[in-house]
Write a protein that binds this ligand. Structure first.
Ligand code: NDP
Ligand code: OXD
Length: 309
């Protein structure tokens, strides 16, 4: 029995150590040292080379090293009969909420303008409205979106969420489906994207969507670069339809050196670190699923391949 591990971050030894501390008898093979494919029962991966998972005949499950699973569904040869589990971890959720609240407060409190004043040694009181006067909208009301929306509501913001199915979350107005999108956008001054990337949501952050927001709205995209039509955002920033954007995820990562987002005065770039999967907490979730698989019990946090998340 062996586990194949592949991550694009430089943390393989850390993961191997954490997994070894829970399951010392489990052989952990770090990609590309794959060994005999018949031995591999568990694949724990982030952005595995397309086609490789299909060569593993004895896989019991594939474990995504992140909450998102688009990196798996983009593999045309992904085995259809192997369950896919993803990360659902309260610490990952907490970190995402920290990031979202940080940026929502930054724009709500007009911090970029205050910092620009400091650079010019200019003193002017800058008025900020109360949170109760500010409408925040969260696209995607799953594990991450629901927590961020709840915490923003607890801070006093007028919060709404948009999802496929209706939600009943205290302090958060629910909009859903195609028909719910336009009224959701019309009331949203700070828009946060926490959708999974699927064929339905790809390029959803486009000129048409921006036009549905109040003029001067703020965009916080922490989901995937594939959600955003980058040229549409640049045009919306130029026209003032969008006043600021905080982007953590990009079509090309790392963001190429010549990309206009790097130097745009109203774009904040972070290196896809809104919430990083932490081996110290996530290994326990992985090991729990391995023990479940061995006992023939049902796995936790299995994604639905029909909807792609
Ligand atoms: P979940 O699967 O728990 O939630 C997804 C939400 O999106 C659900 O509320 C779902 O609706 C909604 N949704 C899906 N498709 C549609 C659609 N077509 N129209 C409207 N709503 C839709 O995902 P998580 O909250 O765990 O994660 C969300 C994403 O965050 C990940 O897929 C990943 O891309 C990104 N992420 C980014 C990180 C970073 O560091 N930047 C870190 C971790 C995750 P319903 O509830 O009705 O099914
Ligand atoms: C994830 C990510 O999906 O880090 O967990 O993007």
């Amino acid at each position: 029995m062996a586990l194949l591990f592949k991550s694009d971050a430089d943390r393989a030894d850390w993961w191997k150590q954490e997994i070894g501390a829970h399951m010392p008898d489990l052989e952990v093979r770090i990609w590309p040292e794959i060994g005999h494919v018949n031995d591999i029962e568990y694949a724990v991966v982030w952005k595995m080379k397309p086609g490789v998972l299909a060569t593993l005949p004895n896989l019991r499950f594939i474990f995504s090293l992140g909450a998102g699973v688009d990196h798996l569904f983009s593999d045309p040869a992904l085995p259809k009969d192997v369950p896919i589990c993803r990360v659902v971890d309260k610490f990952l959720t907490q970190r995402m909420t920290e990031h979202v609240v940080l940026h929502a407060l930054r724009y709500h409190r007009r911090q970029p303008e205050i910092e620009a004043q400091q650079r010019e040694q200019h003193w002017d009181e800058i008025y900020t409205p109360t949170a109760q006067e500010r409408a925040v909208g969260v696209m995607g009301m799953g594990e991450l979106g629901a927590d961020a929306a709840t915490k923003l509501s607890q801070l006093g913001f007028k919060v709404a969420g948009w999802s496929r199915t209706p939600k009943n979350i205290h302090g958060v107005e629910s909009f859903h489906g195609h028909a719910g999108l336009a009224p959701f956008l019309a009331r949203t001054e700070i828009l946060i994207c926490l959708l999974p990337l699927t064929p339905e949501t790809e390029r959803i952050l486009n000129a048409r969507l921006f036009a549905g927001l109040p003029k001067g709205a703020v965009l916080i995209n922490v989901a995937r670069g594939g959600h955003l039509v980058e040229d549409d955002l640049l045009a919306a920033l130029a026209s003032g339809q969008i006043s600021y954007a905080a982007l953590d995820v990009f079509r090309a990562e790392p963001l190429p050196a010549a990309h206009p987002f790097w130097r745009h005065p109203r774009v904040s770039v972070s290196p896809h670190n809104a919430s990083i999967t932490d081996p110290r907490t996530v290994t326990a979730l992985l090991v729990d699923n391995i023990r479940r698989a061995e006992a023939g019990a049902s796995l936790l946090n299995v994604v639905d391949p029909r909807v792609g998340y």
